[in-house]
Design a protein around this ligand. Structure first.
Ligand SMILES: Cc1ncc(COP(=O)(O)O)c(C=O)c1O
Length: 397
């Protein structure tokens, strides 16, 4: 399997982890030899309810009996997408919240950028240093990581950067700015949470100059921080909310959400200002609806904070400098890049899935399914501590 994987599938790195997956259930992935891996990564925050959550599977099966795909997005009224958008609107503070469903996080960012330009008639977009919003041309343009951008030039013009959490930089937002795009909690940068009042100050400045605030909740969204969306924790309401990853319990999905009068500008002058074939697809929407219902009607969000406390209590070691993050969006900051690499690779051998963050090389990602049990957390943390002991002993010898 691995040989064919390397031969027939385009690769993203020279050294993929390459587990030969056979099946996955709950908090575990099983390989073709029957070995189990406790999943502390959840498909990089996508499997919010773990693998094959029974309610998500039931919703998909039920929808499969009715129809899969009938028309491009936006032409026909289809129950699952409507119900998802309606339930979402009931759980967020955006006035007359209206949802445009797409296929991935990066496409949702593209839609949000287009919407901001269309609505304001302005071109400049401001994003943050060390931001990650996806990999298509528009979202890649928002990054300030030259090494990753340069080979793909020219990207979209009129992008400026501010430092996340630097209040003095907020002045760079002016009446020329169409939108400020920020991750509510910066993921790839090392799980950086906003300082008290920072997002509110950005929002106030946006209001003063007539710019829109776009918050990218693709990682923290759908309950991961103990709130349905992290912006709710920081008492700020975005003009455009961008979601994805955990939205459909492990199926590909994304969406951008805004006030009705804002988002509907995409349907006029030009008509079809954004179009997509599969956005809002019935199967994906049924999975998204089941996921949203489960997250909003269970204790999962509340338990997220108890689980964070348990991780922080169990994970104490001299090679561990800090545990960053909130709820189940966590990063272990270890003493060096080498320790992070060793820990991630050795953990896989021992049947525990950990992963890197994009930019902070000393970070080890911990973003398990929200459904992970406390017993499973204990099991995984024990392995981490044991491996850190091993790494430390090797370094000494
Ligand atoms: C904060 C953030 N924005 C956007 C994206 C892009 O989402 P996708 O990979 O679904 O295009 C990601 C993916 O990692 C992300 O973490």
């Amino acid at each position: 399997m691995r040989k064919d994987f390397l031969t027939y599938q385009a690769q993203t790195t020279p050294h993929p982890l390459g587990i030969e997956v056979q099946r996955a259930k709950g908090s575990y992935i099983y390989d073709t030899s029957g070995k189990s891996y406790l999943d502390f990564v959840a498909g990089v925050s996508a499997c919010s309810l773990g693998h094959l959550h029974p309610k998500v599977v039931a919703a998909i099966k039920e929808q499969l009996e009715l129809y899969m795909h009938v028309m491009v997005y936006g032409e026909y009224a289809q129950g699952p997408a409507i119900e998802f958008s309606k339930l979402l609107a009931q759980h967020i503070e955006i006035e007359n919240a209206t949802t445009y469903m797409v296929n991935s996080g990066t496409e949702a960012i593209e839609g949000a950028l287009k919407l901001a330009r269309r609505y304001t008639g302005r071109q400049e977009i401001i994003s943050a240093h060390q931001a990650y919003h996806g990999n298509t041309m528009g979202s890649l343009s928002l990054s300030d990581f030259e090494e990753r951008k340069k080979p793909f030039y020219p990207l979209i013009p009129q992008i400026r950067h501010i430092r996340f959490n630097a209040v003095v930089d907020i002045e760079k937002i002016t009446s020329k700015t169409a939108a400020v795009v920020l991750e509510t909690i910066q993921g790839g940068a090392g799980i950086i949470v906003p300082k008290d009042g920072y997002l509110q100050k950005v929002k106030k400045r946006c209001e003063e100059v007539g710019a829109l605030l776009i918050l990218d909740e693709i990682q923290p969204g759908f309950g991961r921080t103990g709130h349905l969306f992290a912006f709710q924790k920081y008492s700020v309401v975005p003009d455009i909310l961008v979601i994805g990853k955990g939205m459909a319990g492990g199926l590909p999905a994304g969406a951008f959400v805004a006030r009705n009068e804002v988002i509907n500008t995409l349907s006029d002058a030009p008509k079809m200002g954004h179009i997509t074939t599969f956005g809002g697809n019935a199967i994906i929407s049924a999975a998204a609806l089941a996921t949203l219902k489960e997250i909003t009607s269970s204790n999962l969000m509340q338990e997220t904070l108890e689980k964070e406390a348990l991780f922080k209590e169990l994970l104490q070691h001299s090679l561990l400098e800090e545990i960053r993050g909130i709820g189940l969006m966590l990063a272990l900051i270890v003493t060096s890049e080498e320790v992070a690499n060793q820990l991630i690779l050795k953990a896989q051998e021992k049947g525990l899935i950990l992963f890197w963050l994009l930019f902070e090389k000393r970070a080890v990602r911990i973003t398990p399914p929200l459904t992970i049990s406390k017993q499973e957390i204990r099991e995984g943390c024990k392995k981490i501590i044991h491996l850190l002991d091993e790494i430390e002993t090797q370094a000494v010898n």
